[in-house]
Design a protein around this ligand. Structure first.
Ligand code: ZN
Length: 279
């Protein structure tokens, strides 16, 4: 088992040799902000599997259940605060150590920590999109429309999933009125890519472009089970760009990595940021 000191030395060495780094983050970096990961260290689902894109589109009952659970789950995401790991990555960007941060998280904690060059690969939970006319509105405004029975106070934040889903009873689901789009009456959906959904092509292209012009890729807090993130590791390998991974459990890209570190990413990144950005 490697120590934090050893891992920090290895990561500092990696970043010193590769100045144009693209970072890819996953749920592991937001875990200590109170947003749990979907999978445990062995890659197994912690709770019930999250809603799939097709289910949301085609099944009104499932959609209603999503929103009911989301009313209870959203406050935990809305009120979460960035942690050591988010702040350390923001500092490394300011120290010109990071070219681009690609995150699979939808919680916006990187931006709130001060990172500027961020691509929200799977979208952002603080916005809602009309599937018919594309109008965007804030998740908070939808929360007010969704909340006639005060579901938010009856939820169980400890059961909240990274996409703002939370456990809730069937009675609570039945009480919920799901609003449509204020402009066209269309179906509202969180502005996120659910499992089984497609990441917009131009967003993927921007990420690939950054990897193409980078010296290395650093994956943090992700098991890389989802192809939309894994593909950048594979691209880096094809381009012979070194890949480093910080994750306590096994990942889908372990065999592609030049460096694999298992320390807790918050303290590890913070320690390295202290060394590389001492001011
Ligand atoms: Zn609309």
């Amino acid at each position: 088992m490697s120590s934090l000191v050893d891992d920090a030395r290895s990561l500092e060495n990696f970043l010193s040799h590769h100045r144009r780094v693209v970072v890819l983050t996953g749920a592991g970096i937001s875990a200590s902000s109170g947003i749990p990961t979907y999978r445990d260290a062995g890659g197994h689902w912690r709770a019930s599997a999250p809603i799939k894109h097709q289910e949301f589109l085609t099944d009104p009952a499932r959609r209603r259940r999503y929103w009911a659970r989301s009313v209870a789950g959203w406050p935990a995401v809305r009120d979460a605060r960035p942690n050591l790991g988010h702040f350390a990555l923001a500092r490394l960007e300011r120290a010109q150590r990071i070219e681009l941060l690609i995150t699979q998280n939808v919680d916006r904690l990187h931006q709130r920590a001060g990172s500027r060059r961020v691509i929200d690969l799977h979208g952002r939970l603080d916005r809602v999109r009309c599937l018919d006319c594309g109008t965007l509105r804030s998740r908070n405004s939808v929360q007010r429309l969704l909340d006639p029975t005060d579901l938010a106070t009856m939820g169980h934040p400890r059961d909240t999933l990274p996409d703002g889903d939370a456990s809730i009873s069937a009675v609570q689901v039945d009480q919920l009125h799901v609003p449509g789009c204020a402009h066209c009456g269309g179906i509202l959906m969180p502005d996120v890519v659910f499992f089984g959904g497609t990441v917009p092509r131009e967003r993927v292209a921007a990420c690939k472009e950054a990897v193409l012009h980078s010296d290395a890729l650093l994956a943090v807090g992700t098991s890389l089970q989802v192809y939309s993130g894994f593909r950048f590791c594979r691209l880096a390998a094809e381009l012979d760009k070194p890949l480093a991974i910080i994750n306590p459990g096994t990942t889908r890209a372990d065999s592609l990595a030049r460096l694999k570190l298992s320390s807790d990413c918050g303290p590890l990144l913070s320690r390295v940021a202290d060394r590389l950005d001492p001011c």
